[in-house]
Design a binder for this molecule. Sequence first.
Ligand code: PGA
Length: 250
Amino acid sequence: MRIPLIAGNWKMYKTVGEATALVRDLLAGLGSLSDREAIVCPPFTALAAVAPLLSDSPLGLGAQNLYPEAQGAFTGEVSPPMLVDVGCRYVIVGHSERRQYFGESDAFVNRKIRAALAHGLRPIVCVGESKPQRDAGQAEPIVTAQVRAALLDITSDQMTDVVIAYEPIWAIGTGDTATPADAQAMHAAIRATLAELYGADVAAAVRIQYGGSVKPDNIDELMAQPDIDGALVGGASLQAASFLRIIHYQ
Ligand code: PGA
């Protein structure tokens, strides 16, 4: 019922030439995808170059961020219609690096989600706890509170276009993954929160990705968990061989 989504978050890596080369390598090894969806999220500067290579391919396109206004005097920012125009279907919102380095609050993340949905983009909404929060036994209340704040005023109908990504901050880029059992427990808690907010049917339909040091050697057991519906992959999405192995999880 939920089609798993594997997304590559390239972060601030890849020039235009490197991005198109990676996409060509990915397409060469991808094959057809029947029971799963896969997308890449290159930096803004590479979106327009990558988009034509992906049209008529099973690989989709997403952006890593957006500004929550359609246009205006917001120097350096990129709007939802600009992302749609260049061929994006998805956009990552509220990544922990944006929350940490750029001061994005839950309220700002919520504005971005509403702006994405208003323009037909599917937001991948990132939530996750820090190491001290986990050690203090606060992971679940912190993460479910982030989910509630992010989804303020988002309707049930809109939730069919929302993807949640659970990314424990201590697992991002560290090689330190949550155990499949710990990830599953958090995914179940997130789904229970969605059920409280939107009812069981909507909660059962929303995809919840895991992110944080997803690699070829841990993807299979993560994807075997009942509430893990895909992965948001950073470092391992930067080389074709490793990202293809993750897309082709068993
Ligand atoms: P990582 O990053 O796979 O390199 O840990 C994941 C992410 O930040 O989305």
